[in-house]
Design a protein around this ligand. Structure first.
Ligand SMILES: [Zn+2]
Ligand SMILES: [Zn+2]
Length: 394
Protein backbone atom coordinates (compact mmCIF):
# COMPACT_ATOMS: atom_id res chain seq x y z
CA UNK A 1 0.00 0.00 0.00
CA UNK A 2 2.59 2.50 1.15
CA UNK A 3 4.75 1.59 -1.85
CA UNK A 4 1.95 2.34 -4.29
CA UNK A 5 1.17 5.65 -2.58
CA UNK A 6 4.81 6.68 -2.80
CA UNK A 7 5.00 5.66 -6.46
CA UNK A 8 1.88 7.67 -7.24
CA UNK A 9 3.17 10.83 -5.55
CA UNK A 10 6.61 10.38 -7.17
CA UNK A 11 4.87 10.41 -10.56
CA UNK A 12 2.74 13.43 -9.65
CA UNK A 13 5.74 15.53 -8.60
CA UNK A 14 8.15 14.25 -11.26
CA UNK A 15 7.91 17.39 -13.43
CA UNK A 16 8.65 19.62 -10.43
CA UNK A 17 11.64 17.48 -9.48
CA UNK A 18 13.00 17.77 -13.04
CA UNK A 19 12.28 21.52 -13.01
CA UNK A 20 14.22 21.91 -9.75
CA UNK A 21 17.08 19.85 -11.14
CA UNK A 22 17.24 21.99 -14.27
CA UNK A 23 17.17 25.21 -12.24
CA UNK A 24 20.05 23.97 -10.08
CA UNK A 25 21.92 22.67 -13.12
CA UNK A 26 21.69 26.04 -14.86
CA UNK A 27 22.85 27.85 -11.71
CA UNK A 28 25.78 25.85 -10.32
CA UNK A 29 27.94 27.11 -7.46
CA UNK A 30 31.39 26.00 -6.33
CA UNK A 31 32.12 24.24 -3.05
CA UNK A 32 31.68 26.51 0.01
CA UNK A 33 29.89 29.10 -2.21
CA UNK A 34 26.46 27.42 -2.48
CA UNK A 35 24.62 30.58 -1.35
CA UNK A 36 21.85 30.70 -3.98
CA UNK A 37 21.52 26.90 -3.97
CA UNK A 38 21.07 26.92 -0.21
CA UNK A 39 18.50 29.73 -0.46
CA UNK A 40 16.65 27.74 -3.15
CA UNK A 41 16.51 24.65 -0.94
CA UNK A 42 15.43 26.75 2.06
CA UNK A 43 12.57 28.28 0.03
CA UNK A 44 11.40 24.81 -1.02
CA UNK A 45 11.51 23.56 2.58
CA UNK A 46 9.49 26.65 3.62
CA UNK A 47 6.90 25.83 0.95
CA UNK A 48 6.65 22.31 2.33
CA UNK A 49 6.42 23.58 5.92
CA UNK A 50 9.51 21.61 6.92
CA UNK A 51 11.47 23.22 9.77
CA UNK A 52 15.24 23.43 9.27
CA UNK A 53 18.43 24.87 10.73
CA UNK A 54 21.56 26.08 8.95
CA UNK A 55 24.90 24.43 9.51
CA UNK A 56 28.41 24.79 8.04
CA UNK A 57 27.38 28.10 6.41
CA UNK A 58 25.40 26.87 3.41
CA UNK A 59 24.27 23.51 4.78
CA UNK A 60 20.65 22.88 5.81
CA UNK A 61 19.16 20.25 8.10
CA UNK A 62 15.41 19.69 7.93
CA UNK A 63 13.19 17.44 10.03
CA UNK A 64 10.04 15.60 9.02
CA UNK A 65 8.30 13.92 11.94
CA UNK A 66 5.76 11.24 11.17
CA UNK A 67 2.48 11.48 13.09
CA UNK A 68 2.52 7.89 14.35
CA UNK A 69 4.47 7.30 17.59
CA UNK A 70 8.09 6.17 17.12
CA UNK A 71 11.49 7.22 18.38
CA UNK A 72 13.35 5.96 15.32
CA UNK A 73 15.40 8.42 13.25
CA UNK A 74 16.88 8.07 9.76
CA UNK A 75 19.01 10.68 7.98
CA UNK A 76 18.97 11.21 4.21
CA UNK A 77 21.84 13.13 2.67
CA UNK A 78 22.28 15.16 -0.53
CA UNK A 79 25.25 17.31 -1.55
CA UNK A 80 24.79 20.68 -3.31
CA UNK A 81 28.10 21.87 -4.80
CA UNK A 82 29.34 21.96 -8.40
CA UNK A 83 32.78 21.72 -10.06
CA UNK A 84 35.15 24.15 -11.82
CA UNK A 85 34.37 22.78 -15.29
CA UNK A 86 32.95 24.59 -18.34
CA UNK A 87 29.89 22.72 -19.61
CA UNK A 88 29.84 21.93 -23.34
CA UNK A 89 26.44 20.23 -23.47
CA UNK A 90 23.94 21.94 -25.76
CA UNK A 91 20.86 21.70 -23.54
CA UNK A 92 18.22 24.26 -22.48
CA UNK A 93 19.37 23.96 -18.87
CA UNK A 94 23.08 24.47 -19.67
CA UNK A 95 25.14 26.13 -16.93
CA UNK A 96 24.70 29.91 -16.91
CA UNK A 97 27.71 30.28 -14.64
CA UNK A 98 30.60 29.92 -17.10
CA UNK A 99 33.44 27.81 -15.72
CA UNK A 100 31.19 26.12 -13.15
CA UNK A 101 29.18 22.97 -13.81
CA UNK A 102 27.13 20.36 -12.00
CA UNK A 103 29.32 17.65 -13.47
CA UNK A 104 28.95 15.27 -10.53
CA UNK A 105 25.16 15.20 -10.42
CA UNK A 106 24.78 17.00 -7.09
CA UNK A 107 21.94 18.99 -8.72
CA UNK A 108 20.16 15.65 -9.15
CA UNK A 109 20.88 14.64 -5.54
CA UNK A 110 19.49 17.91 -4.18
CA UNK A 111 16.36 17.93 -6.35
CA UNK A 112 15.80 14.24 -5.63
CA UNK A 113 15.97 14.78 -1.87
CA UNK A 114 13.56 17.72 -2.18
CA UNK A 115 11.24 15.35 -4.06
CA UNK A 116 11.62 12.74 -1.33
CA UNK A 117 10.84 15.43 1.26
CA UNK A 118 7.67 16.34 -0.67
CA UNK A 119 6.52 12.72 -0.71
CA UNK A 120 7.21 12.20 2.99
CA UNK A 121 5.47 15.47 3.94
CA UNK A 122 2.32 14.36 2.14
CA UNK A 123 2.13 11.02 3.95
CA UNK A 124 3.12 12.19 7.43
CA UNK A 125 -0.06 10.76 8.92
CA UNK A 126 0.84 7.28 7.74
CA UNK A 127 4.26 6.75 9.27
CA UNK A 128 6.10 6.90 12.55
CA UNK A 129 9.65 8.14 13.09
CA UNK A 130 11.75 11.14 12.18
CA UNK A 131 13.44 11.77 8.84
CA UNK A 132 16.41 14.11 8.99
CA UNK A 133 17.16 15.79 5.67
CA UNK A 134 20.82 16.73 5.26
CA UNK A 135 21.64 19.16 2.45
CA UNK A 136 25.40 19.52 2.70
CA UNK A 137 27.80 21.95 1.05
CA UNK A 138 31.24 21.28 -0.36
CA UNK A 139 31.50 17.58 -1.10
CA UNK A 140 34.10 18.26 -3.78
CA UNK A 141 36.59 20.22 -1.70
CA UNK A 142 38.62 19.51 1.43
CA UNK A 143 37.88 19.48 4.32
CA UNK A 144 34.43 18.50 2.99
CA UNK A 145 31.02 19.71 4.09
CA UNK A 146 30.09 16.36 5.66
CA UNK A 147 33.01 16.61 8.06
CA UNK A 148 32.09 20.16 9.07
CA UNK A 149 28.41 19.31 9.60
CA UNK A 150 29.29 16.30 11.77
CA UNK A 151 31.57 18.53 13.87
CA UNK A 152 28.68 20.96 14.24
CA UNK A 153 26.34 18.22 15.44
CA UNK A 154 24.32 17.16 12.41
CA UNK A 155 24.18 13.61 13.75
CA UNK A 156 22.87 14.69 17.19
CA UNK A 157 19.46 15.84 18.48
CA UNK A 158 17.96 13.67 17.21
CA UNK A 159 20.59 11.04 16.55
CA UNK A 160 19.88 8.94 13.45
CA UNK A 161 20.27 5.15 13.65
CA UNK A 162 21.13 5.16 9.95
CA UNK A 163 22.40 7.59 7.32
CA UNK A 164 21.45 6.99 3.68
CA UNK A 165 22.98 8.68 0.64
CA UNK A 166 22.62 8.19 -3.09
CA UNK A 167 24.92 9.23 -5.95
CA UNK A 168 24.31 9.28 -9.69
CA UNK A 169 26.20 6.66 -11.72
CA UNK A 170 26.54 7.11 -15.49
CA UNK A 171 27.69 3.51 -15.96
CA UNK A 172 24.36 2.12 -14.73
CA UNK A 173 21.17 2.43 -16.82
CA UNK A 174 18.52 4.82 -15.54
CA UNK A 175 15.89 2.88 -13.59
CA UNK A 176 18.49 0.72 -11.87
CA UNK A 177 20.44 1.15 -8.64
CA UNK A 178 23.63 -0.48 -7.32
CA UNK A 179 24.87 -1.55 -3.90
CA UNK A 180 28.10 -2.66 -2.30
CA UNK A 181 28.19 -3.76 1.33
CA UNK A 182 31.38 -3.20 3.34
CA UNK A 183 34.28 -1.10 2.12
CA UNK A 184 33.18 0.62 -1.07
CA UNK A 185 35.23 3.77 -1.82
CA UNK A 186 38.82 4.80 -1.09
CA UNK A 187 40.57 7.29 1.16
CA UNK A 188 42.08 10.05 -0.97
CA UNK A 189 45.31 11.82 -0.08
CA UNK A 190 47.04 14.44 -2.20
CA UNK A 191 50.82 14.34 -2.54
CA UNK A 192 52.94 17.39 -3.35
CA UNK A 193 56.69 16.93 -3.94
CA UNK A 194 59.53 19.25 -4.82
CA UNK A 195 62.92 17.78 -5.78
CA UNK A 196 65.52 20.51 -5.43
CA UNK A 197 68.82 19.97 -7.27
CA UNK A 198 71.21 22.30 -9.00
CA UNK A 199 70.54 23.24 -12.59
CA UNK A 200 72.96 24.10 -15.34
CA UNK A 201 74.12 23.30 -18.88
CA UNK A 202 72.95 19.91 -20.11
CA UNK A 203 76.43 19.28 -21.50
CA UNK A 204 78.02 19.44 -18.05
CA UNK A 205 76.05 17.04 -15.83
CA UNK A 206 79.06 16.61 -13.53
CA UNK A 207 78.60 20.19 -12.36
CA UNK A 208 74.90 19.86 -11.68
CA UNK A 209 72.58 17.89 -9.41
CA UNK A 210 69.99 16.72 -11.90
CA UNK A 211 66.51 16.73 -10.28
CA UNK A 212 64.98 15.17 -13.42
CA UNK A 213 66.86 11.90 -13.20
CA UNK A 214 66.34 11.82 -9.43
CA UNK A 215 62.59 12.27 -9.99
CA UNK A 216 62.63 9.41 -12.52
CA UNK A 217 64.09 7.13 -9.84
CA UNK A 218 61.65 8.44 -7.27
CA UNK A 219 58.58 7.77 -9.40
CA UNK A 220 59.48 4.11 -9.91
CA UNK A 221 60.73 3.62 -6.35
CA UNK A 222 57.53 5.02 -4.83
CA UNK A 223 55.47 2.46 -6.76
CA UNK A 224 57.40 -0.22 -4.87
CA UNK A 225 56.04 1.07 -1.58
CA UNK A 226 52.70 -0.06 -2.97
CA UNK A 227 53.82 -3.32 -4.59
CA UNK A 228 56.16 -4.49 -1.79
CA UNK A 229 54.65 -3.18 1.46
CA UNK A 230 50.87 -3.09 0.93
CA UNK A 231 48.90 -6.21 1.76
CA UNK A 232 47.82 -7.46 -1.69
CA UNK A 233 44.33 -8.01 -0.29
CA UNK A 234 44.03 -4.32 0.52
CA UNK A 235 43.54 -2.10 -2.56
CA UNK A 236 46.09 0.72 -2.94
CA UNK A 237 46.66 3.17 -5.76
CA UNK A 238 49.45 5.70 -6.24
CA UNK A 239 49.35 7.94 -9.31
CA UNK A 240 51.32 11.04 -10.23
CA UNK A 241 49.52 13.13 -12.84
CA UNK A 242 51.67 16.23 -12.70
CA UNK A 243 55.43 16.31 -13.20
CA UNK A 244 56.97 19.66 -14.09
CA UNK A 245 60.70 19.88 -14.87
CA UNK A 246 60.61 22.88 -17.19
CA UNK A 247 64.22 22.80 -18.38
CA UNK A 248 65.13 22.46 -22.06
CA UNK A 249 67.00 20.06 -24.35
CA UNK A 250 70.24 21.53 -23.07
CA UNK A 251 69.13 22.97 -19.73
CA UNK A 252 68.93 20.98 -16.53
CA UNK A 253 66.40 22.76 -14.25
CA UNK A 254 67.00 23.55 -10.60
CA UNK A 255 63.95 21.68 -9.44
CA UNK A 256 61.14 19.31 -10.39
CA UNK A 257 57.62 19.57 -9.03
CA UNK A 258 55.22 16.63 -8.72
CA UNK A 259 51.61 16.12 -7.70
CA UNK A 260 49.94 12.79 -7.10
CA UNK A 261 47.19 10.89 -5.32
CA UNK A 262 47.33 7.99 -2.88
CA UNK A 263 44.21 5.91 -2.29
CA UNK A 264 43.51 2.93 -0.09
CA UNK A 265 40.95 1.31 2.21
CA UNK A 266 42.77 0.74 5.49
CA UNK A 267 43.65 3.48 7.99
CA UNK A 268 46.64 1.67 9.52
CA UNK A 269 48.20 1.04 6.14
CA UNK A 270 47.34 4.56 5.03
CA UNK A 271 49.37 6.03 7.92
CA UNK A 272 52.25 3.59 7.36
CA UNK A 273 52.35 4.32 3.62
CA UNK A 274 52.58 8.06 4.27
CA UNK A 275 55.69 7.52 6.43
CA UNK A 276 57.29 5.04 4.01
CA UNK A 277 56.78 7.24 0.92
CA UNK A 278 58.17 10.33 2.61
CA UNK A 279 61.18 8.48 4.02
CA UNK A 280 61.96 6.85 0.70
CA UNK A 281 61.67 10.08 -1.28
CA UNK A 282 63.80 12.04 1.17
CA UNK A 283 66.41 9.30 1.48
CA UNK A 284 66.66 8.87 -2.28
CA UNK A 285 67.12 12.61 -2.83
CA UNK A 286 69.71 12.82 -0.10
CA UNK A 287 71.70 9.89 -1.51
CA UNK A 288 71.82 11.67 -4.87
CA UNK A 289 72.72 15.05 -3.44
CA UNK A 290 69.34 16.76 -3.77
CA UNK A 291 66.82 18.10 -1.28
CA UNK A 292 63.23 16.94 -1.09
CA UNK A 293 60.06 18.61 0.12
CA UNK A 294 57.46 15.86 0.48
CA UNK A 295 54.00 16.92 1.66
CA UNK A 296 50.81 14.92 1.97
CA UNK A 297 47.45 16.60 2.32
CA UNK A 298 45.11 14.11 3.96
CA UNK A 299 41.78 13.78 2.22
CA UNK A 300 38.60 11.87 3.02
CA UNK A 301 38.71 8.48 4.75
CA UNK A 302 37.55 5.31 2.97
CA UNK A 303 33.78 4.81 2.76
CA UNK A 304 32.20 1.79 4.39
CA UNK A 305 28.63 0.62 3.94
CA UNK A 306 27.45 -1.09 7.11
CA UNK A 307 26.76 -4.72 6.14
CA UNK A 308 23.39 -5.31 7.83
CA UNK A 309 21.96 -1.90 6.98
CA UNK A 310 23.08 -2.22 3.36
CA UNK A 311 21.50 -5.68 3.08
CA UNK A 312 18.24 -4.22 4.44
CA UNK A 313 18.29 -1.17 2.17
CA UNK A 314 19.10 -3.34 -0.83
CA UNK A 315 16.08 -5.48 0.08
CA UNK A 316 13.88 -2.34 0.17
CA UNK A 317 15.22 -1.40 -3.27
CA UNK A 318 14.28 -4.87 -4.59
CA UNK A 319 10.74 -4.35 -3.18
CA UNK A 320 10.45 -0.94 -4.76
CA UNK A 321 12.19 -1.34 -8.13
CA UNK A 322 12.14 -5.10 -8.72
CA UNK A 323 15.03 -7.58 -8.45
CA UNK A 324 16.16 -7.01 -12.05
CA UNK A 325 16.82 -3.33 -11.30
CA UNK A 326 19.07 -3.80 -8.29
CA UNK A 327 22.73 -4.52 -9.04
CA UNK A 328 25.76 -5.54 -7.02
CA UNK A 329 28.74 -3.22 -7.42
CA UNK A 330 32.49 -3.64 -7.18
CA UNK A 331 34.67 -1.37 -5.06
CA UNK A 332 35.54 1.99 -6.58
CA UNK A 333 38.78 3.83 -5.79
CA UNK A 334 37.26 7.30 -6.04
CA UNK A 335 36.72 9.35 -2.90
CA UNK A 336 33.52 10.76 -1.40
CA UNK A 337 33.02 12.77 1.77
CA UNK A 338 29.93 10.71 2.68
CA UNK A 339 32.76 8.53 4.07
CA UNK A 340 32.72 10.74 7.19
CA UNK A 341 29.08 9.84 7.84
CA UNK A 342 29.96 6.18 7.30
CA UNK A 343 32.52 6.33 10.11
CA UNK A 344 30.22 8.26 12.46
CA UNK A 345 27.00 6.20 12.09
CA UNK A 346 25.70 3.06 10.37
CA UNK A 347 25.48 4.21 6.75
CA UNK A 348 24.54 3.10 3.26
CA UNK A 349 25.68 4.92 0.13
CA UNK A 350 24.17 3.52 -3.05
CA UNK A 351 24.28 4.37 -6.75
CA UNK A 352 21.44 5.70 -8.84
CA UNK A 353 21.79 4.71 -12.50
CA UNK A 354 21.53 7.71 -14.84
CA UNK A 355 22.76 6.28 -18.16
CA UNK A 356 20.79 6.33 -21.41
CA UNK A 357 22.93 5.12 -24.26
CA UNK A 358 20.25 5.69 -26.92
CA UNK A 359 20.23 9.39 -26.01
CA UNK A 360 24.02 9.56 -25.80
CA UNK A 361 24.00 10.08 -22.02
CA UNK A 362 27.11 8.09 -21.19
CA UNK A 363 29.78 10.60 -20.09
CA UNK A 364 31.59 10.05 -16.83
CA UNK A 365 31.13 12.36 -13.87
CA UNK A 366 33.64 15.26 -13.72
CA UNK A 367 33.63 15.73 -17.52
CA UNK A 368 32.25 18.74 -19.49
CA UNK A 369 29.76 16.46 -21.32
CA UNK A 370 28.29 14.84 -18.21
CA UNK A 371 24.48 14.76 -18.05
CA UNK A 372 21.82 12.49 -16.59
CA UNK A 373 18.79 10.68 -17.93
CA UNK A 374 16.23 12.57 -15.86
CA UNK A 375 13.69 9.73 -15.66
CA UNK A 376 16.15 8.27 -13.12
CA UNK A 377 14.78 10.86 -10.70
CA UNK A 378 11.39 9.12 -10.66
CA UNK A 379 12.99 6.12 -8.96
CA UNK A 380 15.45 8.32 -7.09
CA UNK A 381 12.83 10.30 -5.18
CA UNK A 382 10.39 7.47 -4.52
CA UNK A 383 12.99 4.88 -3.59
CA UNK A 384 14.57 7.11 -0.98
CA UNK A 385 11.17 7.84 0.59
CA UNK A 386 10.41 4.10 0.63
CA UNK A 387 13.83 3.28 2.14
CA UNK A 388 13.32 5.91 4.86
CA UNK A 389 9.90 4.57 5.86
CA UNK A 390 10.99 0.93 5.85
CA UNK A 391 14.14 1.74 7.78
CA UNK A 392 11.99 3.53 10.38
CA UNK A 393 10.04 0.29 10.77
CA UNK A 394 6.86 1.21 8.88
ZN1 LIG B 1 32.45 14.51 -7.75
ZN1 LIG C 1 29.70 13.62 -6.34
Amino acid sequence: MIKERIQLIAEEIFNDVVGNRRHLHANPELSFHEVATSAFVAAKLDELGIPYVRMADNGLVGLIVGNKPSNQVVALRADMDALPITEINDVPYKSQNVGVMHACGHDAHTSSLLGTATILSRIKNDFGGTVKLIFQPAEEKLPGGANLMIQQGVLENPKPQAVIGQHVMPFIDAGKVGFRAGKYMASTDEIYVKVIGKGGHGAQPQQNIDPVIITAHMLTALQQVISRFADPKNPSVLSFGKVIANGATNVIPNEVYLEGTFRTMDETWRAEAHIRMKKLAEGLCESMGAKCEFNIMKGYPYLINEEKLTANVKGFAVDYLGKENVLDLDIWMAGEDFAYFSHAADSCFYRLGTRNESRGITSSVHTPTFDIEETALLGGTGLMAYIALKQLGN
